[in-house]
Design a protein around this ligand. Structure first.
Ligand code: TQI
Ligand code: ZN
Ligand code: ZN
Length: 165
């Protein structure tokens, strides 16, 4: 079953049009950006929320960045595997990915490779206010079998997000 963060934080009702931006300096390829577009779409399809990329990092609601090791928020990344990414509860908007992972966009999930889109869909759930789910099929389940991709929201994820928004 789905959970929320303590106190059930969410983005304000007045803010259903959320913006996101990529950390200036990350210089992401178009195919990396389209992974995030698709990941956001999965959540906008089942809510009244919309997600639009903006070039203003400072004004964006959701701030996406790839970082290595200690990056100043008290939650350092740890190199290959271990922690892959983290996101903070609303209305913080920070969505950080471990730049040391062997991120895969499409194709072979070789040993130690991590599927970017699967992680993005999961972290967006956190950015929106979902905690972890006990349902194994759920995107918000806290672990994923290595070498697999999990992209489809489960009915549990949908019930959780529709309770919040
Ligand atoms: N990162 C953890 C996660 O996002 C960070 C975390 C641990 C966390 N406990 C939390 C975040 C409680 C919010 C609330 O879950 S992770 C997976 C999965 C991670 C793991 O790097 O371990 C995914 C990130 F599910 F595959 F194991 C994304 Cl999809
Ligand atoms: Zn961080
Ligand atoms: Zn998680």
């Amino acid at each position: 079953h789905y959970t929320f963060f303590p106190g059930m934080p969410r983005w304000p009702v007045s803010k259903s049009e959320l913006t996101y931006a990529f950390l200036p300096g990350n210089q992401l390829e178009a195919d990396v950006k389209s992974v995030f577009t698709r990941a956001f779409e999965r959540w906008s399809e089942v809510t009244t929320l919309t997600f639009t990329e903006t070039s203003s990092y400072s004004r964006a609601d959701i701030k996406i960045g790839f970082y290595s090791g200690d990056h100043g928020d008290g939650e350092p990344f740890d190199g290959v595997l271990g922690t892959l990414a983290h996101a903070f509860s609303p209305p913080n908007g920070w969505f950080h990915l471990d730049g040391d992972e062997n991120w895969v966009i499409s194709g072979d999930l070789a040993v130690s490779a991590v599927d970017l889109e699967s992680v993005a869909v999961h972290e967006i759930g956190h950015v929106l206010g979902l905690g972890h789910s006990s349902v194994e099929e759920a995107i918000m389940y806290p672990t994923i079998s290595s070498g697999t991709r999990k992209l489809e929201l489960a009915s549990d994820d949908i019930a959780g997000i529709q309770q919040l928004y």
